[in-house]
Design a protein around this ligand. Structure first.
Ligand SMILES: C[S@@+](CC[C@H](N)C(=O)[O-])C[C@H]1O[C@@H](n2cnc3c(N)ncnc32)[C@H](O)[C@@H]1O
Length: 264
C-alpha cells in the first residue's frame, strides 16, 4: 500500500505546483478576500464561528483558511509536502491563524491530539483512500460527541465514466485499485507534468455504512446533478454557474454531500 501512497504524494506535489498559479484556484482573488468555498458546503455546514474545525485532505489550505475567515479555529492535514508548505505560506501571508499537518490521513491520530466540533472534507478525497473503514475510524477519532463530520464529494457515478466522459468504463463499487497515467492536471490540462496515480471508487453505501459503523448518525445525504468545479472533460456551464457533462445534463448525479453526527 505504501507504494500507492508514495506515488500519490509525488503526483500531488507536482499538481500543487501547477495549481498555485492556475485560474482554477484563483489564489490572487482568494488573497483579496474571495472565499474558495462553494454554495453547497457554505449552506450545509452553516455557522462555524468559534468552532474547532479539522479539514482532512486539505490540499493547499484555501478552503481551510476560508473557514478560518468565517471564524473557525482550523487545522488542515494533507499528504503533499508542497501543498502543506504552500498552505502555511498562505496562512502567514494572509495573517490567518491555522495549523497544518503533513501526513497520510490514516496516520493523523499519531500527529494530532484533541477533538473537533466539525471534521470537514471535500471534492476529490475518498478516491485516494483504499480502506474506507480505517478512514471512518480516523474521522470518528477526531469528531467530539455531538459534533459532526461533513463531506461534499464528487458522486461515484461520475467516476464510472471514462476520461472523455463518453461511456461507462469503471465499476460503481470498489473493484480494487485503478492505476492511471496522468499528464497535466484538472486545474490546468496543459501543465507540463506527468505522473502515475492510484485511486479507488467507493459507492455511496460503502461511504455511509463505514460512518454508521463508527458511531455516526446520518443527518442528511444530498445529491446534486451538477459540479461547482469545471474539472471534467466535456462540461457545459449552466445559467446557475455550475457544470454538467454535455449530453448528460441533469441526467446523472455529479456531487453528493452528507452530514453525520457523532452519537453522544
Ligand atoms: C482533490 S484534492 C482536495 C480537494 C480540495 N477540495 C481542493 O481542491 O483544494 C485531494 C487532496 O488529497 C490529498 N491526499 C491524497 N491522498 C491522501 C492521503 N492518503 N492522506 C492525506 N491526504 C491525501 C492530496 O494530496 C490532495 O491535496
Amino acid at each position: 500500500m505504501d507504494h500507492y501512497f508514495e506515488a500519490n504524494r509525488q503526483g500531488w506535489n507536482l499538481r500543487t505546483e501547477a495549481h498555485k498559479s492556475s485560474a482554477f484556484y484563483n489564489v490572487e482573488g482568494w488573497k483579496k478576500g474571495a472565499t474558495s468555498l462553494n454554495e453547497i458546503e457554505l449552506r450545509e455546514v452553516g455557522d462555524v464561528s468559534g468552532k474547532k474545525l479539522l479539514h482532512l485532505q486539505c490540499h493547499f489550505g484555501q478552503d481551510t483558511l476560508s473557514w478560518a475567515r468565517l471564524g473557525a479555529r482550523v487545522t488542515g492535514c494533507d499528504l503533499s509536502d508542497n501543498a502543506i508548505d504552500y498552505a502555511r505560506q498562505l496562512a502567514r501571508e494572509s495573517r490567518i491563524k491555522a495549523r497544518f499537518i503533513r501526513c497520510n490521513v490514516y496516520d493523523l491520530p499519531q500527529h494530532l491530539k484533541g477533538k473537533f466540533d466539525v471534521v470537514f472534507a471535500s471534492y476529490g478525497v475518498v478516491g485516494w483512500l483504499p480502506d474506507l473503514d480505517a478512514w471512518a475510524a480516523v474521522v470518528a477519532h477526531f469528531v467530539k460527541k455531538g459534533g459532526f463530520f461533513y463531506l461534499a464529494e464528487f458522486h461515484p457515478v461520475v467516476w464510472m465514466l471514462d476520461e472523455k466522459m463518453e461511456f461507462i468504463k469503471y465499476a460503481y463499487h470498489n473493484a480494487g485499485v485503478i492505476e492511471s497515467e496522468q499528464t497535466g492536471t484538472y486545474a490546468d490540462r496543459h501543465a507540463g507534468i506527468e505522473y502515475t496515480e492510484y485511486g479507488w471508487n467507493h459507492s455511496l453505501s460503502e461511504v455511509i455504512n463505514c460512518l454508521l459503523r463508527h458511531g455516526f448518525q446520518l443527518e442528511f445525504l444530498n445529491e446534486y446533478p451538477y459540479s461547482p468545479y469545471d474539472c471534467f472533460d466535456k462540461t457545459v456551464r449552466g445559467s446557475d454557474g455550475n457544470y454538467r457533462i454535455q449530453g448528460l445534463e441533469d441526467k446523472i448525479p455529479m456531487v453528493y454531500s452528507l452530514k453525520a453526527i457523532k452519537k453522544g
